[in-house]
Design a protein around this ligand. Sequence first.
Ligand code: ARG
Length: 461
Amino acid sequence: MTDSKDATHKLWGGRFAGGPSPLLDAINRSIGTDFRLWPHDVRLSKAWATALAAAGVLSADERDALTSGLDRVGARIADGAVPIATDEDIHTMIDRLLHEEAGTVASKLHTGRSRNDQVATASRLWTMDACVRLDDAVRGLQSALLMQAESLTDAVLPAYTHLQRAQPVSGAHWMLSHFWPLDRDRTRLASAARGTAVLPLGSGAIAGSAFPVSREMLRELLGFAAISHNSIDATGDRDFVAETLFVCTMTAVHCSRIAEDLIIYGSSEFGFVKFGDGFSTGSSMMPQKRNPDVFELARGSGARVLGDLVSMLATIKGLPSGYSKDLQDDKRALFGAVDLLLLVLPAMAGAIAELRVDRARMRAAVSSAMMATDLADYLVKKGATFREAHGAVGSLVRQAEEAGIELNALPHERFTAAHALFGDDARDALGVDASLAARNIAGGTGPDAVAAQLREARTRV
Ligand code: ARG
């Protein structure tokens, strides 16, 4: 025990004559948040004992007593050991349990290390693992989108700009428009994971450990890619948290945009998609309701994750160099955002897999005015300038609108009156399938281009 003044197990306190106020304990205690770091703390502590022994600071017997003691501590926590009221944080709890398991040799483990390099290391290990889990979950959502896209190659719906009907696109093209942002998120996740894989352990509290432990050995034992270059930086650096939170935010924003499309397209006014029973909720009052709560919750989650990113950046921005206790809150933001995304991503994937698409409604929403650009392109191919063609087709659109009819229902004379280059085949340019077929440019909505896009997408999941 480090504290003889009372029965609580503390990692500090010798320099104080009086004990801490319960009010300090209440605000200082972080175990409610950081308990989940325990597997990483046990792992890095075993590596530290190994490195201390290799440096000649511990005997081989002491090392073995510590590492096997830490294994038993891990087993006890895995079996359900819970914190007691006086465990300030997970590092304190593990230290307490290690004293119970290994006896006084446990007091040697903290030689040359500080909770500052310890918590930074444990948090990085947790984050490296979280990046893998997030990548899996994002890929799961991509798979659901891809599966839907595969079945929608022959579906056509309006694409919207300004939420006004713009041009027809293939159903697969629309679905995949939500696939690629997630692909970029996965690239960003991999980059965040690389930035996280830098080992702080050995930095001590701020100036570096005074014992000649091999940080290279620690790096290898713990699976880091590199070791930090500066102990002041390493103990106060939470860039990896901010970066991971940014990726989480970007992903949450992408989920929110998918959700927004589906909520709108699922309304009776659009009726393009129907939500499956497994992912729809009812109303306590209105018996007819089928609500897309999953997508609304996903959209709302974006706000919370963004809040976590902002709170982390705001925490970091005013800090002096080195560790300050403000940094304890990094975990609340990080865990909150990751937990939330790990709920949102699979729920979205499930709800998207269950979506039923109403192809007839989609196609019916494509009015012939949406092919006005194709009609102008027709004139260009006959030799008109685009500006001139745009004007001629614009006048036809106005006439159809005034007559309250579809553009392709205007009599042929109107076409030839609007521009001399309109031939008998002018109205063919207003066909939906012709419009799509004209867009086989790479990245376009033409059937061949979409087939190539699908092939590329399949390689990503
Ligand atoms: N619970 C603390 C945290 O999460 C551990 C580090 C404490 N360091 C200190 N100097 N008091 O940040």
